[in-house]
Design a protein. Structure first.
Length: 375
């Protein structure tokens, strides 16, 4: 276990304080959220029949439901005339089966659950990496801290790049007013594309030229965009130090250098390497700057600043979808992120601080996050 005083001296009290403070913020976001959720993706069932009565009979035959189960379903048509159905025992029937109102509720409920599952994974990932990075840093396990901080920063860059498009898509759809089947299909098609990318994009198999159906962007693309957005911080310089540390490169080797001294005549450089170099680093009169450790600390602070704000904004959009479409009453699964519509004069659960009747969870209103402090 590293000496707390030595860690503070090596990193600087202010830097270490911000690491601890920001890690607590992201942990609080995770701890205030439920510990699990459930999600559902309904698969398309091809239909051979046409007409409401015939299709209802065919769906019943395909599903073959237990008499004790309450199934609900919707029917869909593709541009080439092919007919499909989606069936579910996990949604309460709201409105008349086959009605436009029910199709909208069914469809938006599914999208809400998928977005909620994605949000949870991002919160849990951020909290796990930030905590691990801080523990490693205060134990002076610098390479571990650098690896976790790098991954945390990449996650922040990813969310910072993807979130505006998600917010803009929901905002545009919501402002159009009460949904119709036409604008619902357009919205869901694009949302499906985005959520599928967010949840399932991968680079596995690309080295063998056998990539999956959904390919993720190169992480460097996200990092370069974040570097341009963060005008006051040299994101790429920090990121490059962390990359160098986790590779068998200079950055990795430098974490074990306890002293590096050049003689006055310039004839040689003396270096001392230690498995645990912290004490020597902070006691040498001409001690080295532990650049990897300092950049890991800065990455933790930078990433958690971005993540706390963006995760709160993403949560607000998910809440807005739930409250605007009144989705909670349709769900049978334990979708723990679901917000139930409160009484008109109750405080809105989205975190805006307004009474629900004065908040914006109505079709035709804006879908832009009102605050960054939801819980």
């Amino acid at each position: 276990m590293a000496n707390d005083f030595a860690v503070a001296k090596a990193l600087g009290n202010q830097r270490l304080h911000r690491v601890n403070e920001n890690t607590e913020r992201i942990m609080q976001l995770a701890d205030n959220a439920p510990t699990f959720t459930e999600s559902l993706t309904h698969l398309l069932l091809p239909l051979k029949t046409t007409g409401a009565a015939a299709q209802a009979q065919e769906i019943q035959h395909l599903i073959n439901p237990d008499p004790a189960d309450e199934w609900s379903y919707i029917t869909l048509g593709s541009p080439d005339g092919t007919q499909f159905a989606k069936g579910s025992p996990f949604l309460h029937r709201m409105g008349t089966l086959g009605s436009e109102e029910w199709m909208i509720t069914f469809t938006l409920s599914e999208q809400f659950m998928r977005l909620g599952a994605w949000w949870f994974t991002q919160v849990w990932r951020a909290a796990e990496l930030a905590t691990a990075a801080r523990i490693a840093l205060t134990d002076w396990s610098v390479l571990t801290a650098a690896a976790c901080a790098r991954s945390l920063l990449e996650g922040a860059a990813y969310l910072s790049d993807e979130l505006p498009g998600l917010v803009g898509l929901w905002d545009g759809f919501k402002r159009e007013g009460e949904p119709s089947i036409q604008n619902l299909n357009r919205f869901v098609q694009e949302l499906n594309r985005r959520v599928t990318t967010l949840q399932y994009a991968s680079r596995i198999g690309q080295s063998k030229k056998e990539p999956g159906q959904v390919q993720s962007k190169n992480v460097m693309t996200y990092m370069q965009k974040l570097d341009k957005r963060e005008a006051t911080t040299d994101v790429m310089a920090t990121y490059e130090w962390l990359c160098d540390a986790v590779h068998p490169s200079f950055g990795s080797a430098s974490t074990y250098i306890a002293a590096s001294l050049r003689d006055n005549a310039g004839t040689h450089v003396y270096e001392r390497y230690e498995r645990h170099p912290l004490e020597t680093l902070v006691t040498m009169s001409r001690g080295l700057h532990p650049r990897v450790a300092q950049n890991a600390a800065d990455a933790i602070v930078m990433a958690t600043d971005i993540l706390c704000e963006d995760l709160a904004s993403a949560r607000w959009v998910i809440d807005d979808l739930c409250l605007t479409a009144d989705i909670a009453k349709a769900l049978k699964l334990k979708v723990t992120l679901a917000r139930t519509k409160p009484e008109r004069n109750a405080t809105c659960p989205c975190g805006s601080g307004r009474k629900f009747k004065r908040c914006v969870h109505r079709w035709g209103e804006a879908g832009i996050p009102l605050c960054s402090d939801t819980n």
